[in-house]
Design a protein around this ligand. Structure first.
Ligand code: NIG
Ligand code: FE
Length: 380
């Protein structure tokens, strides 16, 4: 048994119901699990002791939506958008070409380096999707690679219809042979339900087939316009509906009624110039929200949850505390995990010591490297 104590914590965010924020606190991790939380002066002895010297300590971030396994980038596409061009889902095919050409070793090296970026910025749990292969062999290759880095792997064969394929035939492949080959390496099934990608009937077929194969559903929904994706997520009891950029009142009510988590991805609106979703409207309606990076080469090439928190606070109506909650506990809800996203006794010992006295600095000092030390489990 090995134990680690952190003492002298100026501000400790555990998300305990009674006392979500403690001051002058201590915490002990025993065999990788939070074993004790209390006043700094009463911190039990441990094998190793870290003096936080008044710094803030927060749960490790839970990034519930990424597309980390890909090759190439689309910086020119980004620059064109900043000059006024619209985002189109078809850009995904550019990344598919580059990814198909890359070797497994090259993709592993690229993914490991992105994982290192995430971890350096405080992320300790990450979801990774396939979706830049769009043929059976490449989708399997991407999922096998993703599963080297996380248990939260998502089959997104239904990202777009690949160039030259017939949509109906491709849905048949994704719901049949490709699903059977990919399911052993995936926990989740996802679909991009959007004009230009998959319509609601195709999306329902993809998620239903995945569920029948033992995968749990999540969805890319309502990113580029109003549409049926959120309602489909609620109908199927998906864990999360991600993007939620364009929501009707009925969509908001359905999310609140069903408990489907709304995954908000501020990096996407930043990089596509679509309007930011109104997170305040969601919280006021009783919807559970998560904040994630959506790290991908097309719509959000950031690996930084602190960046997403800062943007969510500035543009989406959240307080810094609500944004941090959405990027930790909210991410855990989205992945249906009870062992991460908080620091209550029993949680995985995943935490971040900030170079700051308060978590408010995550939004107050945007772009500043505030992560002093990360403790816990991202495999890299
Ligand atoms: O989550 N919306 C669909 N998929 C990605 C974008 C992928 C791309 O443009 O390469 C997203 O935004
Ligand atoms: Fe995405």
């Amino acid at each position: 048994m090995t134990s680690l104590a952190v003492r002298g914590i100026g501000e400790l965010l555990t998300w305990e119901a009674e006392q979500p924020v403690r001051h002058d606190a201590g915490l002990v991790i025993s065999d990788g699990v939070v074993a004790w939380v209390g006043a700094s002066g009463q911190t039990p002895a441990a094998d190793e002791v870290i003096e936080a010297a008044g710094a803030a300590v927060i749960p490790g971030f839970v990034d519930s939506h990424t597309h980390l396994v890909f090759a190439g980038d689309r910086a020119e596409e980004f620059a064109a958008r900043m000059a006024g061009q619209r985002y189109r889902a078809g850009g995904i095919r550019t990344t598919v070409e580059a990814t198909r050409q890359a070797s497994v070793d090259e993709l592993r090296r690229l993914t490991a380096s992105r994982m290192a970026e995430l971890r350096a910025q405080g992320t300790t749990t990450v979801e990774i999707k396939s979706g830049y292969g769009l043929d059976l062999d490449t989708e399997v290759k991407l999922l096998r690679l993703a599963s080297e880095f996380t248990e939260e792997t998502t089959f997104l064969g239904a990202h777009v219809v690949p160039a030259g394929s017939d949509p109906a035939a491709y849905v048949e492949l994704v719901t049949g042979e490709m699903l059977r080959a990919c399911a052993p390496y995936a926990k989740w099934v996802d679909v991009f339900c959007e004009t230009g990608a998959f319509d609601v009937d195709q999306s329902r077929a993809v998620l239903a087939a995945g569920m029948a194969a033992g995968l749990k559903p999540r969805i890319h929904a309502n990113q580029l316009d109003y549409g049926p994706g959120v309602q489909l997520a609620c109908e199927l009891g998906a864990a999360a509906a991600d993007h939620c950029t364009y929501l009707s009142d009925a969509d908001v009510a359905a999310l609140a009624d069903t408990g489907v988590v709304a995954g908000l991805l501020p990096g996407v609106e930043f990089s596509t110039k679509h309007p930011y979703p109104d997170a305040r409207r969601l919280l006021d309606a009783g919807v559970r929200i998560a904040i994630a990076t959506d790290c991908n080469p097309g719509t959000s090439y950031t690996s930084s949850i602190p960046f997403c928190i800062a943007v969510a606070v500035r543009e989406m109506g959240l307080t810094p505390t609500e944004a941090l909650h959405a990027a930790t506990q909210g991410g855990a809800w989205s992945l249906q995990r009870t062992d991460v996203g908080h620091l209550r006794p029993g949680a995985e010992g995943n935490l971040v010591i900030l170079n700051a006295p308060s978590h408010l600095h995550l939004a107050y000092r945007p772009g500043v490297p505030l992560v002093r030390r990360v403790i816990g489990s991202v495999q890299i």
